[in-house]
Design a protein around this ligand. Sequence first.
Ligand code: SF4
Length: 1016
Amino acid sequence: MDSLPLLADHPYASFLDQVEKPARYAGGEVGSVVKDWASVEARVCLAFPDVYDIGMSHLGFKILYKLLNDDPRTLAERCYTPWVDMEAQLVKRGLPLVSLESARPLRDFDVVGFSLQFELTYSNILTMLHLGGVPLRAADRGEDDPIVIAGGPTATHPEPIAPFLDAIVIGDGEEKATEVALAWARLKREGVPRRERLVAIARLGAVYVPSLYATRLDPDTGFEVVDRPLASGIPFPIERALVDLNKYPFPDESPTGGPEAIFDRMSIEIARGCTEGCRFCQAGMIYRPVRERDPEQIVDTVMRAVQRSGQDEVSLTALSTADVSCISPLIKKVTERLTAERISLGVSSLRAYGLEPDLLDELKRVRATGLTFAPEAGSQRMRDVVNKNVTEEQLLETAERVFSRGWGKMKLYFMIGLPTETDEDVRGIVETGARAAGAGRRAAGKGKPVDVTVSVSTHVPKPHTPFQWAAMDTLGEVGRKQRLLKDTVRPYRAVTLKTHEAHASVLEGIFARGDRPLADVLERAWRHGARFDSWEDKLDLAVWEEAFTHVGVDREKYLGTLPVTARLPWDHIDVGLEEGFLAKEYRKALQSRLSPPCGKVAGMFVHHTNLDDAKADARRLVCYDCGVACDMTQMREERLTFLDRLGAHRRSLPVLTDAGAAPPVAAAGPSGAPASDGGAERASVGGAERASVGGAERASVAATEPKSGDDGEPSRAEGEAPHRARRIAPAPKGRGGFRYRFRFEKAGPMALLGHLDVVRELPRVLRRVGAPMTYTAGFHPKPDMTFSPALSLGVISLDEYVDLRLERDLDPAALDALVAAMSAASPRGLVFSGAVKLGPEDPSLSKLIAGARYALAFARSAIGGDAEALLAARCSAALSAASLPIRREIDRLAKMVDVRQYLVRAEVGGPEVHAALARAGLVGDLVALEVEVDIRGSGAVKSSEVAAVITGEPGEAPGAITPPPHRAVRLQLFGRTSPAGSAAGERFSLFDLERARRVKPAPERTAALPLAADAE
Ligand code: SF4
């Protein structure tokens, strides 16, 4: 039987607490926008084909969400792929997948817009359409169904997913999203038939409507290619949209305050596109030319974003941040502005060359235990093939610099399976790592630890790159090369080799260069259980094998070498490159010839960092006439303007100076990869974060959500070495500031958030209202706060506390105003209800809290009979018992807990309890218990355990007791005038400082409060 509803009126309310991370589905974050449906012309559901935790970090999603919601004519709501447990619940209950904001099914929207980031998320698109009540195939959709559109990097080669989409936006989405939504909604209101509406959408330009194009078999390859348009006036080929980024400032707010996202920071896109021309990198080709945002605009956005989000970390991102022309002065400017805010700044894309010694000195001050670089290939010949403009000398010099500064670890990312690769190149990967370790050993000095991790993934040839015609290594060949790597690494004790399972890469390779017949394979695999294929532990190869065999698709044709003259399944998409440019680059690759970065002076790896030098250098900028037709004069002038605006007039401008005054600085890789091997910090999680591209961040996939201490494996970085580190300037010794105790309620979506999420949220709330906290001392300063004992997921509380220190001295009136402001700046369900100032003599929460009162609410029907009488009898039986043992399992380890030792009182709840339940949002024909339990430093019991021993039935495992469905509300936390374990003393409020000061805590109460596992 289901629990009582937790979120009033939400269709998932009765079972949200039965799924993992229920807050993923609850919404209510700060910055989420719920608009009146009747007030807008077009309603868009932004659908992300992966789980909330990954989708929430996606820059393109944030851009479109803000843009559509800022426009009075449109609204945008969000939906993420439900995790498999939630999907099972929805299927079992016949419930639709709904949006986070208004809990409406996808089918109710005018537009459902998917973000196409990665080929292995396609099965999740089918899950979302199916659960959202939208027919899977575009051909099956009726007049009233929404238009299903998509955009993002894989939209440039969409044929395998095309039959499931009505329209695909090519290129930047900023203008097209609104244009398509409004046009579609208007035509629908006017009663225009669906097909005619689609033709009109196709005529908008930069929109590919697959159903309006005929296909044919290409005799050279056997691919089904797009042949011709079936309607007049629609584009062929379909050219991409390209926007002026400075007309669309990066959003300074987006939803925050839900469950932790994989990249839990405010990422700001500073440029789109890349100059480096790595030949394996699709983003570097399809988002040309590089477009830099106005640095003044960036600085303003950063400051507003910090204030609005309250986040303690900002990240400047681009495909290759190190190649943004004004990056050094920009970092300095942002750093200056963030001084004193205690906000750490992440900067992606530091790399092997141009890594200044003073920057390394700065980085060494962080907690990082190592640095990460991506040379991509193990020999100079191979690096020339892929156009990776880095030499071994630069790498070794970097290794020396890294290890001489005391780092003990360095991580290098490589690929195998690159075109023309020989066994020598493969062995060269390990040997490069070994030479880096050797250089590091010499630099580090005798006896110092040196460890170089060599991480090797498999190259996937991608459309619209010079390698689009190259063969992908077979699984057998990948396996052979991986064995070769393992054999080669054996003698090198300082080198740690990591290889990656290649099945997923091969599937990605098939769908990347796939054609329309793969849609049948996709649907078949999905119908037989394919879900979250990018998650290593979810990829079910047998399902895919069966689907390929059943549909009769030969996988090999997608993996072999393709004729350069053949028509390819993505040739109808024009990403702006001149015909022949990719082939020319491919030929140069096969001849191991480099193409130096474009948009820079020949021979220069980095841009001038000051106006004097930039003005003095009159040399031409490199250009290969790739087709996107950059205006080189304008490019040069814009760079001068940006340097001027940043005040970077003279040479030798330090990048990061004045360590004592500087705010925390982090350096992050283009993939957000941790600089610290072993990622010591929460925010430096692995998986992948790509720079925003085309209105859609090139996100990729974390197989699992990494935790602190995880290796933090990033997706491949194109073009430079990823770093992620974090420097927090040491706080002054001693505990400054002014001490306060705040009381708050935690209900609705907040009751579904884990304790650590709440702990994370509070400093953000305070930052949003401009009430900075003080920090603990030392090199790892943290906000100085102590919470009352953690609650289990789903338990509502009307009486929670936190002791914290603020920098400001506030009188009672100012404190009241702050409390009100904090509630207004909090996610839905987090309400602050009071605060008192504490003196140095006031005991901490951990010394004061002696017990808690709970209301345990049951549906009367779940108890049956005379529910009150039955529960009263159960209460007196429980209080008469000498012991009430129950089995408690933590991390699959069981122990017996005697609830009786903690149970002080249990009785049927009266009007006061029912009033509290109503306040907590629990209504209906309820019967309630009121229970009082001790909380001791040595332990406590959960409300569910109390409910179980009083009302439950024995479960299967020895000592297990299952309570009837119920909902718990913590009514009160209190101190007691008598020692813990005694009901004789009086309870007193934790705001009653007079009494609190008089109480001498019992010895066992002087210990820290028990952790979440032991207490609620
Ligand atoms: S037009 Fe020239 S400078 Fe611009 S992206 Fe192409 S090659 Fe680079």
